[in-house]
Design a protein around this ligand. Sequence first.
Ligand SMILES: *Cc1c(COP(=O)(O)O)cnc(C)c1O
Length: 393
Amino acid sequence: MADPLAWIAEDVANLKQQGLFINLRTIGSAVGPWMIVDGKRVLNMCTNDYLGLANHAALREAAQAATAQWGVGPAAVRSIAGTTELHVQLERRLAQFKGVEDALYVQSGFCANQAVIPPLVGKEDVIFSDRLNHASIIDGCRLSSAKIIPYEHGNAADAERVIQENLPHFRRGLLISDGVFSMDGDIAPLDQLYSVAARYGVMTMVDDAHGEGVLGHGGRGIVDHFGLRGKFDVEVGTLSKAFGVVGGVIAGRKTIVDYVRQKARPFLFSSAVTPADTAACLAAVDLLEQSTDLVDRLWSNARFFKAEMQRLGFDTGRSQTPITPVMLGEAPLAQQFSRALFEQGLFAMAIGFPTVARGQARIRVMISASHSQADLEQALTIFAAVGKQLGVI
Ligand SMILES: *Cc1c(COP(=O)(O)O)cnc(C)c1O
């Protein structure tokens, strides 16, 4: 008999041949500017720990205290017996922080998109989606069975064109965009998208995973950044990036958030987030409300690093945020560049097709408030050396 799983080996061989096979690096220490990666101590420019909260003492202590009081597991989905006072408190605090009517805390940002999109649209409806939207948005859209119509990346005029052409053929429409695009670090023109959607009566949603804790006053996100508070119907976010913990948030109109509590399958059929995580998120909100220092530090680090990289002759693409792509072109060069950085003690990953378009491979540098000036200068020295060694600058 033929092996019924032989096709997997074939597919994996294909991935390897195309340079698309993922080799996992193993982290041997807490997240921070310096980490043990594959047994080696390196300068970390790879994680989404924008504010250095992933191993912050206040969050660690909150998580420990919550574990002592509440135990480790929820033992229930939110809708049965998994909604603790901690969850309710976090949701209230997140809504206040973001200046929205209500918020729902779910297991992850990925989950938030699966949770919120299907209740809003079904097979008689249409979704207008930025061509570069995140995979979790695309999957949430697919789960809804609504017709998905992409518009050109970051282009409100094109969004208007596809709305005009298609909306009349459907029951209702939903416009969805990433806030900050995670591979290029550019920002969606949310003000223009909002005007277009409002003109046609289309519901609006933004996924602000990389804007939460980064953009807006003290990290209140992209809607705050554009002064559109209370205008967007849904803001999806994550507590897994700048907030340093894990979880997702669906924030916005109370009508929608309450409806999601009734309908969302990840809310109804998958267990609640643990007490430790929920309490750590609460501690993160406390820190962000107390001071804008970490957010300010993140931005001054990002501005310094990006300007110096450009001065060295690197192309940092269209980034407007601390996400700093170093554009290299072909995937094998990006992989070689990343390996050379690692040899010199700097951890930054190469990103290639299909995560980004062919010919646009890059190193993606993630700047954090936790990087010291000396860390950034050391990173620049290493980038300059590798850039010269490989003929990039
Ligand atoms: C990272 C990311 C997510 C996923 O968030 P998790 O909390 O890690 O599941 C969702 N949307 C966007 C745009 C992201 O960048």
